[in-house]
Design a protein around this ligand. Structure first.
Ligand SMILES: Cc1cc2nc3c(=O)[nH]c(=O)nc-3n(C[C@H](O)[C@H](O)[C@H](O)COP(=O)(O)OP(=O)(O)OC[C@H]3O[C@@H](n4cnc5c(N)ncnc54)[C@H](O)[C@@H]3O)c2cc1C
Length: 443
């Protein structure tokens, strides 16, 4: 997704591109063909609503920028309600044909396993980056900066947490500043609530790992349901331990267990449920997590998961132009940067391709505006996210800077989302126009 889009954007800008693809010679456990743009699982690019949905907005922005992935998707669209689902074979064939026929692109079917210090490179090798290249990246960045599995705890919109039940406090009020002493949001449970929660966890539907996906898994990222299977008290002595906390809504009663949420972005709009990585199916997660007091009406920016997924600690490694700080002739794009999903990956390819082309051609590229969906994602992965707990992220409105003067909560949601998408569209048009003027000026 990202590699094809990046190659196409750079080639359209007039740069000569070599696209290296290791398939079909070197295989992955998820791909089945040698085609570019192969969708490894679902055939959906998710919601196409560009007014009320952040991924729909990303579609819109990519379409405006002449994105190959989006245009190929619209060309092979299948009926799917409000979603953009496609005929996957026709889609991949269209992407492959557009790349191979492009006069500025040469496709080379080989595996790249070093980070060269020469030339301009974009590495868009995805969640299943080959082993050899993974080793080369670790050698350059340090072994702890490249993960091979994600362990995603669910992420909740802060505004949807019921603060009449929950409260802000770090364990033992640790921290120098008041902000640090109140860094966590705590949700208390009684014994009955805890027992019912454990029963629901044990009974919930879970997803299975794909064949070939599990090598090297269980190092320190046990799903909560596996912890619960090891003993009904395990969670109460692990992520749900009730110690060092006093509930200001009921200071005399010690909670039997506490679920903690930790801030997930600089804006403070998103909170992750600490230690709650899970393989429960999405429907089950919503049902089980809504049993947590304070999260009855929670809206989720993303649900939890654990997958085979190679990704960088981008907030520490990449600059805001997606270049490796230690070797700026190298860019990364796609899922390996810590975005998640076909659309987000292709979107990062789109901007990386344009940025690389501008650099090669000596043109100025204005910064991608933070208020666009592309800009919100780049900002998150290269700086807005907490580096210590960095995990892959889908695009969502929690990554957008809040709009002043609009109503919060569920009731204000339609108006707020329309406000975000209107603001984004204007900023994106300006960004594209600035590049158009820039290109004309250079000709
Ligand atoms: C099993 C599985 C299921 C998924 N299901 C979905 C889903 O349903 N919906 C969704 O939105 N996302 C899904 N994803 C995430 C999905 O992979 C990404 O969203 C998307 O494909 C990532 O795009 P990308 O361009 O970053 O990587 P990819 O599309 O994976 O492209 C990377 C390419 O780089 C090649 N490559 C890797 N290493 C090298 C090397 N060293 N040299 C040369 N070539 C190399 C690979 O062969 C691959 O073609 C899934 C991922 C996996 C692993």
């Amino acid at each position: 997704m990202a590699g094809s889009e990046a190659a196409f954007q750079a080639a359209e800008a007039g740069v000569q591109v070599v696209l290296h693809e290791m398939r079909p010679e070197v295989k992955t456990f998820a791909h089945h063909t040698g085609n570019l743009g192969e969708m490894v699982c679902s055939n959906s690019f998710r919601s196409d609503d560009d007014e009320q949905n952040a991924v729909g907005l990303l579609h819109w922005e990519m379409k405006q920028a002449g994105g190959l992935i989006m245009n190929s998707a619209y060309a092979h669209r299948l009926p799917a309600g409000g979603a953009l689902a496609v005929d996957r074979e026709a889609f991949a064939e269209t992407v492959t044909a557009a790349i191979t026929a492009h006069p500025n692109i040469r496709v080379s079917h080989d595996e790249v396993s070093e980070l060269s210090g020469e030339g301009h490179w974009i590495f868009a090798t995805g969640p299943l980056t080959s082993e050899g290249l993974g080793r080369a990246i670790q050698a350059e960045t340090g072994t702890d900066r490249l993960a091979f599995f994600d362990a995603i705890a669910p992420i909740v919109y802060a505004e949807s947490i019921d603060m009449d039940v929950a409260w802000r406090q770090s364990r033992y009020d640790k921290g120098e500043t008041e902000e640090e002493q109140k860094a966590y949001i705590n949700c208390p449970m009684t014994k009955d609530q805890y027992e019912a929660f454990i029963d629901a966890l044990l009974a919930a539907d879970k997803t299975e790992f794909h064949e070939g996906e599990t090598a090297g898994y269980f190092d320190g990222c046990l799903p909560i349901e596996v912890m619960a299977e090891r003993g009904r008290e395990t969670l109460r002595h692990g992520p749900m331990k009730p110690v060092g906390l006093t509930n200001p809504h009921d200071p005399e009663t010690k909670p039997y267990a506490v679920v903690q949420l930790r801030r997930d972005n600089e804006l403070g709009t998103l909170y992750n449920i600490v230690g709650f990585q899970t393989k429960m199916k999405y429907g089950a997660q919503k049902a089980v997590f809504s049993m947590i007091p304070g999260l009855h009406d929670a809206s989720f920016a993303r649900l939890g998961g654990i997958h085979r997924n190679t990704f960088l600690n981008s907030p520490t490694l990449l600059d805001d132009r997606m270049r490796l700080r230690s070797k700026p002739n190298i860019r990364f794009a796609g899922q390996v940067t810590g975005v998640e999903g076909y659309v987000e990956s292709a979107a990062m390819g789109l901007v990386a391709g344009r940025m690389a082309a501008a650099e090669i051609l000596g043109r100025t590229m204005p910064t991608v505006p933070q208020d666009t969906a592309h800009g919100a994602l780049i900002h998150h992965i290269t700086g807005g996210a907490e580096a210590k707990t960095f995990q892959p992220m889908n695009v969502n409105f929690g990554l957008f800077r809040p709009l002043e003067g609009l109503r919060g909560g569920r009731k204000g949601r339609r108006e707020r989302y329309k406000g975000y998408t209107d603001r984004a569209k204007e900023a994106w048009q300006e960004w594209l126009t600035a590049q158009g003027l820039d290109l004309r000026a250079a000709e």
